[in-house]
Design a protein around this ligand. Sequence first.
Ligand SMILES: NC(=O)c1ccc[n+]([C@@H]2O[C@H](COP(=O)([O-])OP(=O)(O)OC[C@H]3O[C@@H](n4cnc5c(N)ncnc54)[C@H](OP(=O)(O)O)[C@@H]3O)[C@@H](O)[C@H]2O)c1
Length: 180
Amino acid sequence: MTRFRFYTASSIDGFLADAADNLDWLFTQPIDENGPLNYKEFIADVGVVVMGATTYEWILARNARTGEAWQYTQPTWIFTHRQLRPIAENVHIVAGEPTDFRQTLIDAAGDKDVWIVGGGDLATQFADAGLLDDLVICYAPVTLGAGRPLFTKPYDLELRELDRNKAFIMARYDVVGARQ
Ligand SMILES: NC(=O)c1ccc[n+]([C@@H]2O[C@H](COP(=O)([O-])OP(=O)(O)OC[C@H]3O[C@@H](n4cnc5c(N)ncnc54)[C@H](OP(=O)(O)O)[C@@H]3O)[C@@H](O)[C@H]2O)c1
């Protein structure tokens, strides 16, 4: 059955990026790509990618700088209220509630999972819609003090896996529900 999953790196004080959308603090950290809860194993089960406009534009800007091509072979849904240009044929630019896209995303994922790349507010919208099964958080040994939050509402989670991958604390949580 298709799972909706939020796999992300975070500072230990719960930010996905600093206030200027900078991720330099993340890419300098050592990680074993074959280690616990690694990205390679995670992405092998992903059939659909979902992200917000800030994350999309950040990836496009980085690719323009590095010359890298669009990373995702999976069909991808970008949430934005603007008319952004899709960078590939299987990139869909959409607006609306996560529930509006529930069946489309499940059908497109086939027997694989839906990856909510971020940001935190979009992941929270999916959780509010009952469309978030778990979070895998790769905690870097950094505090940022401010920036783009991991989640934007109070939620209860249940810790299901915990390990170390070089500099990172790797933690997988099931979503229990919004805190009352
Ligand atoms: N640490 C990591 O592993 C990691 C992972 C993911 C992202 N990031 C970084 O974290 C930052 C995330 O930024 P963020 O949390 O501010 O943003 P984000 O989710 O990437 O983008 C927010 C934007 O998404 C659009 N949006 C969200 N919900 C929508 C909806 N229901 N319908 C239509 N549009 C919707 C809006 O775009 P419009 O303003 O265009 O309407 C909104 O401004 C970025 O810098 C990203 O690169 C880091």
